[in-house]
Design a protein around this ligand. Structure first.
Ligand code: ATP
Ligand code: MG
Length: 432
């Protein structure tokens, strides 16, 4: 039997996982600067949490859910996205209460699950880093959250990015627009894809989000939501735009952008990469405002704003832009040990170095000197300690700094007592 991981999933192996840790670490540092704290919710939810939030007519709900009945007959789904679970948690734990910070700001990272057609940058288990801010209606929240996403990408060293924004307005706006959109689409009904025909009356905004080429041609000339904004919606969007201008942020307005989830209101945005070779999967981050979602899931009326970025796609863009991330953790010391008689001493040495707070490793395969030095090199060891049978006898070993080739003879007792001093002595020159 030849086992393989399920279609659309991937293993993240050592050598690759360091890049993932780097993305997560960078996000954590930047998001903390903006006062976001981490939240961890379950990988699965009651299906209603997702259907109520994301919307019954969306691709995610109609085609992409990994849902099942558990042994207690509960209808469960693996989470396809992070916002609905976080909102569920926000409501369940009454995080809107007076004892909590306002706005209440959280971030998450982890796997999401969608039954999609796997291709480059599109998987069935993929990973997102996302944020949610609850309790602010201020357009400044929209802007600073978008800027936080841009900060993250800038910190990673990405430059060929585009911020694209639009607004979906409030309920009044969408009612006005819905009719205008239906009036426009009706005469084209026969030409639309099957999905779009079905959605035309149910949720015409979804037609704007169609991935079908013919649909996209028809939609290109559709009336713009920007001409149907209520006064309050227009004010909010104008303020967002004015703030972006005031901060000299470059952006585009795409009047046909609607996003794939129903919970958005007012500002929505995407960050796209123009790096060569990204193909159709060039949106690396997307999000927006959701002012009804908390109430829809049973909480008090609470505005929200958030985004999610796709980690697989970010890694592809980093590669496309030629940005390299660390792929291995530095090793402070490698202990070369020659001859079986040195086995116990090598164990003592490597353990004492670790106890002193350094990273260390040793050969355990009784290999020849050449192979051990090669390993030390491959691991990027800063110091190499060598114990042979004569060193065992004399109680003095050779310690060599690989960067500056400096070598000293050190009594084993010194290594046990104060490895830090030895490390400092050998590494000093290099740091100057
Ligand atoms: P797309 O239009 O590409 O399907 P989406 O609108 O479904 O994206 P969101 O639900 O807004 O995407 O998710 C936010 C981000 O998560 C996307 O911009 C993308 O970077 C990433 N993402 C979404 N679906 C996948 C997937 N199946 N595989 C990898 N990354 C994904
Ligand atoms: Mg999608």
């Amino acid at each position: 039997m030849n086992y393989q991981g399920p279609k659309g999933t991937h293993d993240i192996l050592p050598g690759e996982v360091e890049k993932w840790q780097f993305l997560e670490e960078t996000a954590r540092l930047i998001f903390n600067d903006y006062q976001y704290q981490e939240i961890r919710t379950p990988m699965f939810e009651h299906i209603e949490v997702i259907t109520r939030s994301v919307g019954d007519t969306t691709d995610i709900v109609t085609k992409e859910m990994y849902d099942f009945y558990d042994k207690g007959e509960r209808h469960i789904t693996l989470r396809p996205e992070g916002t609905a679970p976080v909102v569920r948690s926000f409501v369940e734990h009454k995080l809107f209460g007076p004892e909590y910070a306002k706005p209440y700001k959280v971030f998450y990272t982890g796997p999401m699950f969608r039954y999609e057609r796997p291709q480059k940058g599109r998987l069935r288990q993929f990973h997102q880093i996302g944020v949610e801010a609850f309790g602010s209606e201020n357009p400044a929240t929209d802007v600073e959250t978008m800027l936080m996403a841009l900060d993250f990408f800038k910190q990673l060293g990405l430059s060929e990015l585009r911020l694209v924004i639009n607004t979906l307005g409030d309920q009044e706006t969408r009612q006005n627009y819905r009719q205008a959109l239906i009036d426009y689409l009706m005469p084209h009904k026969e030409t639309l894809s099957e999905d779009s025909q079905r959605r035309l009356l149910e949720n015409p905004l979804r037609v704007l989000d169609s991935k079908d080429k013919r649909d996209q041609q028809i939609v290109a000339n559709a009336p713009s939501i920007l001409e149907h904004l209520s006064a309050a919606s227009k004010k909010h969007f104008d303020e967002v735009v004015a703030m972006l201008d005031a901060l000299e942020v470059t952006y585009e307005i795409d009047k046909n952008m609607v996003r794939g989830l129903d919970y958005y209101t007012h500002t929505i945005f995407e960050i796209m990469s123009d790096a060569k070779g990204m193909g159709a999967q060039n949106t690396i981050c997307a999000g927006g405002r959701y002012n009804q979602l908390v109430a829809d899931l049973g909480g008090p009326e609470t505005p929200g704003f958030g985004f999610a970025l796709g980690m697989e796609r970010v890694l592809l863009v980093l590669e496309a832009e030629g940005v390299t991330l660390p792929t291995q953790h530095a090793l402070d010391a490698y202990v070369v040990n020659l001859g079986e008689a040195t086995n116990i001493e090598a164990l003592k040495v490597v353990q004492s170095i670790r106890q002193a707070g350094f990273s260390a490793d040793r050969d355990v395969l009784n290999r020849k000197a050449k192979a051990q030095f090669k390993t030390a090199d491959k691991l990027g060891a800063k110091l190499v300690l060598t114990i042979g049978e004569s060193e065992l006898e004399s109680g003095v070993i050779n310690v060599k700094a690989m960067a500056n080739r400096k070598e000293i003879q050190v009594p084993l007792t010194d290594i046990y007592q104060d490895f830090l001093a030895i490390y400092d002595e050998l590494m000093k020159e290099e740091e100057i």
